[in-house]
Design a protein around this ligand. Structure first.
Ligand code: HSE
Length: 427
């Protein structure tokens, strides 16, 4: 017996078109295997005339949101709009109208998870968001279900393909950031306005979702420290490589008892770490659970068909669920009662300075670090003298973030001008 499910789309860009094509080409397999057949009744678009490479049957395309949100025959709404608004309002309306929502929207979801989930629970409908984090990689389902028997204490994610593509090219070919960015835009791998990706925000939304699920407590987006890759130079990448490190934009979440730290920033990791080999636009999530131990997920985090893979799988999950499940958070009712947000994490640091090549300079730099109890693990001074200055690279032992910032602030810039500071993760 086949169960027929009527669905509506909010938006039909790249990913929406991918879902249409996947259901068109693979729908019979799903019907045969799972006994489910999805009928797309309405597709909300901004322009009826835009070419999408799809022949929509007469009457499917609409420019009126109500044609999707208020149609009693539509049981599930798939949201592809992206951004906070109007996506959030429309998802909420769909849920309040008794429709299950499937979304790829990390922004609206990370910012309004609580309200969306409350509406879904009240109406006893589903809220599915696998596609919002790392495209095709089934990390949401794994955290919600397959890894439930674990106390997860660490997540390291390469969750943004654009920045991973840029850093990979900078690392492999010693290319400049701005040139690679332009090339990535030309190839369609970076958006015309790349800010959300290169400034780390896209990764921070995803980390807020991952950390909340992994630690069973809501980790608000605002609690994620965010630093992007716009200031990264090929000089730093090269110095790191000489010391055995590879640079990645990592989304890091750690839990120690009730203390949680969440941060997105360029990070040096050992070049033999599995994440160091995640190249190009690939995404990966590496985590540690007390029972499963280390685990790594690798796959495509964006693109029409990889994202459609997650959306259509969510549609199937939703359609075959006897009862929809909702994650529970210790701090849902009274935010932050249980979890403490730690902003003074410990990690080793890489610091590159342009120092005067003169007697006593090293000891003055070392004193700034020692005054803040920051212990130096390695010092490298080489390269050509330029205007009487040389590159001085210091790697510290584990140090407190705040102590490190104070030590840097105390540096006499005439003696040792700070060029860059990059956090290190030693796994
Ligand atoms: N812009 C994202 C990336 C994909 O580059 O990975 C969508 O989240």
């Amino acid at each position: 017996m086949i169960k027929d499910i009527t669905i509506g789309f909010l938006g039909c860009g790249n990913v929406g078109s991918g879902v249409w094509r996947l259901l068109e080409g693979f729908g019979e397999d799903i019907a045969h295997r799972a006994g489910l057949r999805f009928h797309i009744k309405k597709v909300l678009v901004r322009s009826l005339d835009k070419q999408r490479g799809i022949t929509f049957p007469e009457g499917v395309l609409t420019i009126k949101p109500d044609d999707v949100l208020n149609d009693p025959e539509i049981q599930m709404v798939v949201e592809f709009l992206g951004g906070e608004q109007p996506a959030y309002d429309w998802m909420l309306r769909a849920l309040n109208n008794g429709k299950t929502v499937v979304t790829a929207n990390k922004v609206a979801f990370a910012l309004h998870w609580h309200e969306l989930q409350k509406a879904a629970k009240k109406q006893e409908v589903g809220l599915y968001y696998e596609a919002a984090v790392c495209g095709a990689i089934p990390i949401i389902h794994s955290l919600e279900e397959s890894l439930q028997a674990n106390r997860i204490d660490k997540i390291y994610g390469i969750v943004n393909g654009t920045t991973n593509y840029i850093l990979t090219r900078m690392s492999k070919n010693a290319e400049d950031y701005s040139l690679v960015l332009k090339d990535a835009q030309r190839l369609g791998l970076a958006e015309p306005d790349p800010a959300a990706d290169v400034e780390g925000l896209d990764a921070a939304y995803k980390l807020s979702i991952l950390a909340s699920l992994a630690f069973h407590g809501r980790v608000p987006f605002e609690d994620v420290y965010v630093e992007g890759i716009t200031h990264i130079s090929k000089e730093d990448i090269r110095c790191g490589q000489e010391l055995g490190y590879t640079l990645k934009l990592l989304a890091i979440a750690k839990r120690n008892g009730l203390e949680v730290e969440t941060r997105v920033h360029p990070t040096f990791i050992r070049s033999d770490h599995p994440l160091a080999n995640v190249s190009g636009s690939f995404n990966a999530v590496y985590l540690h659970g007390h029972a499963c131990k280390e685990m790594m997920f690798l796959g495509r985090g964006a693109g029409d068909m990889p994202t459609a893979s997650a959306i259509v799988s969510d549609l199937e999950r939703a359609a075959s669920a006897c009862q929809h499940q909702y994650p529970t958070f210790q701090n849902e009712l009274n935010p932050r009662v249980a979890l403490r947000h730690n902003t003074d994490w410990q990690c080793p640091f890489y610091i590159r300075m342009l120092a005067k090549d003169a007697p006593g300079v090293l000891s003055r730099v070392a004193k700034c670090f020692a005054d803040e109890n920051v212990s130096i693990a390695a010092v490298q001074q080489n390269g050509q003298r330029n205007n009487g200055r040389v590159a001085l690279v210091v790697i510290t032992h584990q140090a407190s973030e705040k102590a490190m910032q104070r030590a840097i602030a105390a540096l006499d810039q005439d003696i040792a001008k700070l060029e860059s500071i990059i956090r290190v993760e030693e796994e």
